[in-house]
Design a protein. Structure first.
Ligand SMILES: NC(=O)c1ccc[n+]([C@@H]2O[C@H](COP(=O)([O-])OP(=O)(O)OC[C@H]3O[C@@H](n4cnc5c(N)ncnc54)[C@H](O)[C@@H]3O)[C@@H](O)[C@H]2O)c1
Length: 421
């Protein structure tokens, strides 16, 4: 199949390149020429394990263009993968989706072939049917699903393991209200041999939000319990090991610590809360999930202050990305921690294997060091991201405050405080 990918960011690039690897011809579109240039030169526009190799391997099956109508003319299916950021009031900003829909709609006018438009971006229930489809119909003068197909295919990949997640996903969710779109999407994904769950468009959109909301709830729950465990000298990891043996519960995602960040959980939960509020429905649990998450960095700083008056001291920070194996710093827990350290009068020296260039745009005035060892000149060290190389450092003699449970640090440090253990 020939597929247009609108938005060559994390989701678009990974999805497009993986489909190319499955034998499809891909047209990448973006408004940012730099991203397209990167893909054109055989490189991912961002750091993601295995992606550069996969782009290089499939270069013959990849075309890049800033011209959506050209891409649509050449293809049978379009996947919208543009960003859906958070507005100031927490609600979802559909600017990029609507812009893309206008351009796609115009491109459909002179398109004689049947074309299917799929929304892969994370959008609230009703967005595809009540926002995207009317724009496409108005611009094209055509009607869905008679003249073109429309559907939803939310994405569940995780940055840092996105390629693996694509090929070995737990499930594929397809939202389609007509049999033709349903068949097109099921045929596309069939070779992956993964369970395919097909439902209507609104339900598919909701599944994505509920999945993220549940995972974030699991993290905040394990943090709340972890704080209680810490106060009672109990190791929350052992607790959750025992708890997770219950099949109804399962052992995954109970990693208590400094909390979640990234481009998805915080914004998606804010959006779900705003969506509920717009219908006068209260979401007490979701609000508590965010509050618990926001409080964890303060707890880490409080543990540090137990051992050190941080005013005028040099504090080392290990890890700046929101999780390992990515240079994405969106909503990284390093942001509130470093802000708090600076407010308290500390000098900060930080290290991350790949996220320092991004982070230094946000924090140009802290010190950065080229090696993890460089951080060890500090009076105390805080661990924010569990990069594998941090499990090979020598922590002896240091004060370590750990937000991620690096066991080697626990064994070796002169003073060690785990956030929830
Ligand atoms: N990043 C993740 O881990 C992840 C996982 C699952 C779902 N999602 C969802 O997928 C969507 C995309 O997320 P992302 O992280 O890939 O975003 P991103 O910011 O990395 O990429 C979005 C891309 O869209 C481009 N763009 C914006 N408007 C455009 C237009 N009109 N035409 C063409 N390109 C346009 C931007 O330039 C950018 O390159 C979001 O809704 C997000 O919530 C993200």
């Amino acid at each position: 199949m020939k597929i247009s990918i609108i938005g060559t960011g994390y989701v678009g690039t990974v999805t497009g390149v993986c489909f190319a690897d499955m034998g499809h011809q891909i047209y990448f579109v973006d408004i940012d020429q730099k991203k397209l240039n990167a893909v054109n030169s055989g490189k991912s526009p961002f750091f993601e394990p295995d992606l550069d190799e996969l782009i290089e391997k499939n270069r013959k099956k990849i075309t890049t263009t800033m011209d959506i109508s050209e891409a649509i003319k050449q293809t049978d299916l379009t996947m919208i993968c543009v960003g859906t950021p958070q507005k100031r009031d927490g609600s979802s900003d559909l600017r990029f989706i609507i812009d893309a829909a206008h351009t796609i709609g115009k491109a459909l006018v002179n398109n004689d072939k049947y074309h299917t438009v799929i929304v892969k971006s994370t959008v609230l229930p009703g967005t595809t049917g009540k926002v995207v489809q009317p724009v496409l119909e108005q611009e094209s003068g055509k009607k869905a699903p008679v003249d073109f197909g429309i559907g939803s295919n939310p994405e569940f990949l995780k940055e840092g393991s996105a390629v693996k997640d694509f090929f070995h996903t737990d499930r594929i969710v397809i939202g389609a209200n007509d049999p033709k779109t349903k068949k097109t999407m099921e045929d596309l994904y069939k070779p992956l041999l993964a369970p395919i769950f097909t439902t209507d468009i609104q339900t598919a959109e909701m599944i994505k939000y509920v999945s993220n909301a549940f995972l974030a709830t699991k993290i905040s729950f394990s943090n709340e319990i972890g704080n209680l465990c810490k106060a009672n000298q109990i190791d929350s990891y052992e607790v959750f090991q025992g708890v997770g043996m219950d099949k109804r519960i399962n052992p995954h995602f109970f990693r208590s610590g400094i909390g979640f960040g990234g481009s998805c959980f915080p914004k998606d939960i804010h959006a779900l809360i705003a969506f509920a509020e717009s219908q006068a429905i209260d979401t007490k649990i979701l609000k508590a999930v965010l509050k618990t998450n926001d409080d964890q960095p303060q707890k880490l700083i409080a543990l540090l202050k137990k051992h050190l008056d941080i005013q005028g001291k040099k504090i080392g920070v290990l890890g700046l990305s929101f999780k390992p194996e990515t240079d994405d710093i969106r909503e990284s827990r390093a942001i509130p921690v470093i802000t708090e350290l600076l407010v308290a009068g500390a000098e900060v020296i930080a290290y991350d294997p790949i996220a320092m260039p991004e982070f230094s745009v946000l924090f140009p005035n802290i010190l950065y060091t080229d090696t993890a060892r460089g951080v060890f000149t500090a009076d105390a060290i805080i661990i924010i991201t569990e990069w594998p190389e941090f499990s090979r450092l020598d922590y002896s003699g240091k004060i370590i405050i750990d937000g991620r449970r690096i066991l080697k640090a626990k064994r070796e440090a002169a003073v060690y405080e785990g956030l929830c253990w």
